[in-house]
Write a protein that binds this ligand. Sequence first.
Ligand code: SAH
Length: 366
Amino acid sequence: MKNIRQIIEESGSITIAQFMEFAMYDAKHGYYVNKNPIGKDADFITAPEVSQLFGEMVGVYCVDKWMKLGKPKKINLVELGPGRGTLMMDALRATKHVKGFHEAINIHLVETNNYLREAQRELLKNYKINWYHEVYAIPDNIPLIIIANEFFDCLPINQYIRHENGWQECSVSIMPKGEEFFLMHTPILAHFSESLTKEYPKSKYGSIVEICYPAISIMQQLASLLNKAGGYLLAIDYGYYHDPLERIHFNGTLQGIKNHQFNPIFSDIGYSDLTAHVDFYALKQCALVNFCSVKEIVTQRDFLLKMGVEFRAEQLLAKAKSHEEIHEINAGLTRLISPAQMGNLFKVLEISSQGLGPSLLTHQKR
Ligand code: SAH
């Protein structure tokens, strides 16, 4: 199997997406294939790992949607990128007393990482679970509720930079016989460059647009799944929501994370996480043009407050047995909803199949 150096040397340079694809998903070297990325002893912590409140509120959301669907006797509960399985476990525990809900759900997990699949199998051993590698394998015969927390930010992005005479692709190259990787700008097709200028007419030279093609393709598949089977998708991630027509000066958001610290993107390839902020505007437009309904995008803070996170925290506090436990519950809640922490950076996108939500073509500005 070729290593990243051979791959780049053969072609001179590769796109950032190809670089991420290798670093994240290469069968032998990829970060998201065989390692545990999540937890205090690993590279990053996610909301469900911060506090049980998060998964519980997602459970509340799922029950609400199941009821809105008319309490179908059978429903597929799907999670994309379930990590250690903590969110699903907390959601299931929080909903076990809801009459008929557990009898109705079939659980489906989409996961590429073998290490994490084992962790999910262990944690969720009392439930019947179906695993898939790809979204297209999710069954479409009955209604579904799909959850995706910190899933879209893992997917490879391409970056394009605006110059005086058009746009170029940001690509990765390597010094001849050297160790150093570096970024260079390579030409793109003229008509693609023109279409970027039309899409980002106000962008200043030096601005970097990120396009996550796999996210768009997965969103298309999810939209058609929803329209066929009926149901809802809840996607939570750190990201931004800007109309491209109005964007003026913007930078790329690609970053490396290792041991809870930022890490240069070319360091520890395959052993350091690479992520980019999610373009919620693009995901929303994609769902809309694929005939789904989309709710106004809200912050994680507003979503959790609406689901009743403070009420649930009070219940937990009333049962807490030690000062440490009280501190842990309060600290977890603060981290999830404080605007200075995860509260505002994380956004929530809620999509439903045609006919279930407000009609949304009116939301489309263009
Ligand atoms: N949702 C979890 C984990 C987030 S980390 C949590 O909140 O804790 C991202 C998750 O997505 C991991 O489980 C990772 O292995 C998985 N993943 C990354 N890329 C994937 C892909 N292309 N298809 C399916 N799962 C993927």
